[in-house]
Design a protein around this ligand. Structure first.
Ligand SMILES: Nc1ncnc2c1ncn2[C@@H]1O[C@H](COP(=O)(O)OP(=O)(O)O)[C@@H](O)[C@H]1O
Ligand SMILES: [Mg+2]
Length: 284
């Protein structure tokens, strides 16, 4: 990994350059009002070898809000999410062009260490992926590999509370994370992701492998997390996007971003016929 040998820079050192206004009327989330931009894409293209997966994506993701990415399968939602924490670096065929700024600093600059970046930008995947370790050790894992100082017992408890899992596991912290239900495992993965206190949480269809009750718990949790984190969630469930997000980005086939606006606007008054056809279920 040549990445490890690069100099590190704290991308937080540069101030945001764009203000975002999230309208007061956002879907009853109570998170309206102006906020700063945390993540900003500028004309991002991604190719896998010669095949283009994203075409000229520009958008600004607001701080402490939930931004949903929707669109049919294969339109590049996961690819875009992986641009934000440079997970595409791990895919040999992938090439990213354009700028992806976090608080004004391009994460593709030579002086950004992707490992340090991924500490600031946590990720939760579709399939819950707890380690074959105890519940406690799953949550403490990131702290250990980062040699973080602090009271691990306290951080583990706090993270499990924030992930709305504490009450269900507090008496069995030293049993295997793999013995939990799917929904609990996903909340454990969220606890693991937030234990190291990232600024941005990326979630790639975090509830699509879960039953409706577990899904509803994850949705409530995401709503709570937005108070403290900037959440970017991919979902192919449009009702879910409408329920939980403040901003919605609609990607369509060809890797194009066809609409990005307040969630209410996207769902009630989309700007293009293609988006209206998609959200009313005419295709996708
Ligand atoms: N590792 C990869 N190698 C080659 N092509 C890929 C890879 N990952 C995704 N793609 C292609 O990029 C396009 C976008 O995929 P993806 O970002 O996974 O879409 P979505 O998450 O919206 O379903 C698809 O055509 C997919 O086949
Ligand atoms: Mg995907």
């Amino acid at each position: 990994m040549t990445d490890e040998t690069q100099q590190t820079a704290d991308p937080r050192s540069e101030e945001p350059i764009v203000e975002t206004d999230v309208s007061e009327s956002v879907a009853g989330t109570g998170r309206g009002g102006p906020t700063r931009t945390v993540v900003e894409a500028r004309d991002v293209d991604v190719y896998y070898n010669d095949v283009q997966a994203l075409d000229g994506i520009s958008l600004a993701i607001p701080e402490n809000r939930v931004t949903a990415m929707i669109g049919p399968s294969g339109c590049g939602k996961s690819t875009f999410l992986r641009c934000i924490n440079r997970m595409n670096d791990l895919i040999d065929a992938a090439r990213v062009e354009g700028e992806l700024r976090i608080r004004g600093k391009n994460v593709y600059d030579d002086d950004v260490d992707p490992v340090a970046l991924r500490r600031r930008v946590g990720m939760v995947f579709q399939k819950p992926n707890p380690f074959p370790k105890s519940i406690y050790d799953n949550v403490a894992y990131g702290l250990e590999i980062q040699d973080k100082e602090g009271d691990y017992d306290e951080i583990v408890e706090e993270s499990l509370k924030r992930a709305a899992l504490w009450d269900e596991v507090k008496d069995k912290l030293h049993t295997s994370g793999l013995d939990l239900s799917g929904g609990q495992q996903q909340r454990l993965c969220i606890a693991r992701a937030i234990a190291t206190d990232p600024e941005v949480l990326l979630m790639d269809e975090p509830a699509s492998a879960l039953d409706p009750v577990a899904t509803s718990k994850i949705e409530d949790l995401i709503d709570d997390l937005a108070g403290e984190y900037t959440v970017v969630i991919v979902t192919h469930n449009m009702q879910q996007a409408a329920r939980i997000s403040d901003k919605t980005a609609v990607f369509l086939t060809g890797g194009e971003l066809v609409e990005f606006d307040d969630t209410e606007t996207v769902f009630q008054n989309p700007s293009s016929q293609r988006v209206e056809d998609y959200i009313t279920g005419k295709f996708g």
